[in-house]
Design a protein around this ligand. Structure first.
Ligand SMILES: Nc1ncnc2c1ncn2[C@@H]1O[C@H](COP(=O)(O)OP(=O)(O)OP(=O)(O)O)[C@@H](O)[C@H]1O
Ligand SMILES: [Mg+2]
Length: 342
């Protein structure tokens, strides 16, 4: 039933982005100065999980590289130090001399001195950034512009120092959930290039759209799961029962991937909550138990950020409000990838 499996992976970059015309236009306007040799205007891309923030940024920058030879890179802030991130950003630029023995100050200096043409850096998972000094390093490099991707304004701006007014006031491009028409188009395009014809009907695609809650990730992964279930069950094409069961099957895989994408410290917090079982655990106890388990424990505020990120990813849920809220994991079967070492 699958003609091209890679069409259903996270990293696959589609040819078209239904439902994202306004965001693509905004981004194109902000990066257009690069085609005249000037730096792009930095911006924020904000919105919930799975609605095309990373994909849209990659799509437009691939286009810019192909048509205008503009250099860009994408780094993920979650779980990375300032040294790691600067290393990735310097290493991805052909004109910046870089070797692993360099310290942060030297890397920042080389970046500022050697980037003489526009360089666009996507800081993805920005709400996971732990060392704000990186933002000062990047602000020193005149030709470097940022596309900062996060889930909401509050979690994103809380890491940006007040003195970085330019970045704090940068334009915000909002990404909201997709409507049913856009999700249907997204699925239809994947079916056409990735599946044998006749393997799934339009009515079944509509059914999948209804279960996706506005998320393209959920829609695409549910489609993939429907086909996988059909294959496992020996069906020659996707049947209703495969569609009925595809949502939970896809969500389990999505949760596993999201958890794997987070840092070791997130994993410890997750594991503390999971170990508390169905009765849940309060935030003070999470902090306490986390501090006992971590070899390099982070601050109370940072642990609160980790817990909030787990919630935004739908891995953990809260019952109640404020300090009296109790936290439980959404999927008790899902283990943190580092369990054995903590
Ligand atoms: N407009 C679109 N057209 C086609 N596919 C899309 C579109 N938007 C998103 N997708 C697909 O949905 C999946 C999730 O998209 P993406 O990773 O860009 O979401 P995100 O907003 O960055 O989520 P997160 O906040 O969890 O990182 C990817 O597989 C991507 O290819
Ligand atoms: Mg993303």
């Amino acid at each position: 039933m699958f003609k091209r499996r890679e069409v259903f992976t996270e990293s696959f970059l589609p040819r078209e982005l239904p439902g994202r015309t306004a965001q693509l236009d905004d981004l194109a306007r902000l990066i257009s100065p690069t085609t005249r040799g000037q730096p792009a205007r930095s911006c924020w891309q904000l919105g919930p999980s799975g609605v095309g923030k990373t994909t849209t940024a990659r799509w437009i920058l691939e286009d810019l590289r192909d048509n205008h030879a503009i250099t860009w890179t994408r780094v993920e802030c979650v779980g990375s130090t300032r040294w790691n991130l600067l290393g990735e950003i310097c290493g991805a630029h052909p004109q910046v001399p870089h070797h692993p023995g360099m310290g942060v100050a030297e890397m920042a200096q080389k970046l500022a001195a050697n980037v003489t043409r526009p360089y666009v850096v996507i800081l993805d998972e920005f709400d996971g950034l732990e060392d704000e000094e990186l933002l000062f390093d990047l602000a020193e490099a005149e030709m470097v512009s940022l596309i900062c991707i996060a889930h909401d304004e509050e979690s994103a701006l809380s890491t940006v120092p007040k003195s970085l007014e330019g970045l704090r006031g940068a334009e915000i491009i909002e990404f909201d959930g997709y409507d049913a028409d856009a999700l249907f188009e997204i699925l239809k395009a994947r079916v056409e290039i990735g599946m044998d014809s006749g393997a799934i009907s339009d009515a079944q695609l509509h059914h999948i759209v209804q279960g996706a809650g506005g998320s393209a990730r959920r829609a695409v992964q549910s489609l993939r799961s429907a086909v996988e279930l059909a294959q496992e069950r020996g069906h020659r094409k996707v049947l209703e029962e495969d569609v009925d069961d595809c949502f939970e099957h896809a969500m389990a895989r999505i949760r596993e991937q999201l958890l794997a994408s987070l840092s070791r410290e997130h994993h410890i917090v997750y594991q503390v909550i999971r170990d508390a079982g169905p009765k849940g655990v309060r935030s003070n106890a999470i902090l306490d138990r986390y501090q006992r388990r971590s070899a390099n424990p982070r601050s109370r505020q940072q642990v609160g950020n980790y817990r909030a990120k787990l919630e935004r990813y739908g891995l953990v849920e809260a019952d109640g409000n404020g300090r009296w809220a109790t936290y439980t994991v959404v999927d008790e079967a899902l283990d943190a990838p580092l369990k054995r070492t903590i």
